[in-house]
Design a protein. Structure first.
Length: 254
């Protein structure tokens, strides 16, 4: 395996695991559509990054951060569900992204190009993925309790608004990392599908979180190896492998 493919595989393993783990909490909060839309919110940032030769993940995160701030600020002001606000931001971002993304790089922005990951890109992705995992692990019980009952959470002096913002920020970071692997169109699937598969075969919450991360890792490993074997873009293959795990989970559903 060439060094660039080794970097690609290591990056995908860390990001895939973090994405799956973050996704398990997203399904618990019934925010699956938010995860899908966040990938599209990243497109304008990716377009600008490609236009000026900057880091794609950094450009994606800049716009995702603005999107998180907008949702976090507008949700209590408008009393609209987060899914509605993200949907509005999603279509706006998608339109702007298509307008500003250079046409030669449009496919890379939409479906990713993991082969371009460098040593430092791999190192940053690995460290960021570990930090995402630790942060979500820390807030997991509080977010879960808030999803069950905000009144009970408030009685336990849990600031749900603060923890929701932290969680959305972690989603933004993991999606920004994921667009390098599977592109803006498929980044949401990297978060949602492994968690959905894990939910079908898990007996408890601990298994659910662990299986979600595991399916994310395995999807990226097998997806990249299969893409290399058939000489195809890794992004769509990774998502196809994710979907295959979901179908297998349906068969063994508990």
């Amino acid at each position: 395996m060439s060094i660039i493919n080794l970097y690609s595989l290591i990056t995908a393993i860390f990001v895939g695991g973090a994405a799956g783990y973050v996704g398990s909490l997203m399904l618990t909060k019934r925010m699956a559509l938010v995860g899908d839309a966040f990938g599209h919110v990243a497109l304008p940032g990716m377009g600008l990054a490609l236009l000026f030769g900057l880091n794609v993940s950094l450009g994606a995160f800049a716009f995702l951060f603005l999107g998180v701030l907008a949702v976090w600020f507008l949700e209590p002001k408008t009393q609209l569900p987060a899914e509605t606000l993200v949907g509005i931001i999603f279509v706006l971002s998608l339109a702007v992204g298509f307008l500003i993304t250079p046409e030669p790089e449009l496919l890379e922005a939409l479906f990713g190009d993991i082969s371009k990951v460098s040593f430092w890109g791999t190192a940053i992705s690995a460290v960021a993925s570990v930090l995402i995992g630790l942060t979500v692990w820390k807030i997991y019980p509080k977010i879960t309790l808030g999803s069950i009952s905000e009144d009970i959470a408030a009685a336990n002096k849990i600031n749900i608004k603060k923890y929701n913002f932290i969680y959305l920020l972690m989603v933004a970071v993991v999606v920004a990392l994921g667009v390098r692997i599977v592109g803006s169109l498929l980044a949401g699937a990297l978060v949602i599908v492994p968690a959905a598969a894990a939910r079908l075969v898990s007996a408890n919450l601990r298994q659910y979180a662990a299986f979600s991360a595991g399916f994310g890792v395995l999807s990226c490993i097998f997806g990249i190896l299969l893409a290399q074997a058939i000489n195809f873009s890794a992004g769509p293959i990774i998502i196809l492998v994710c979907s295959f795990f979901f179908l297998i989970a349906l068969v063994f559903k508990k």
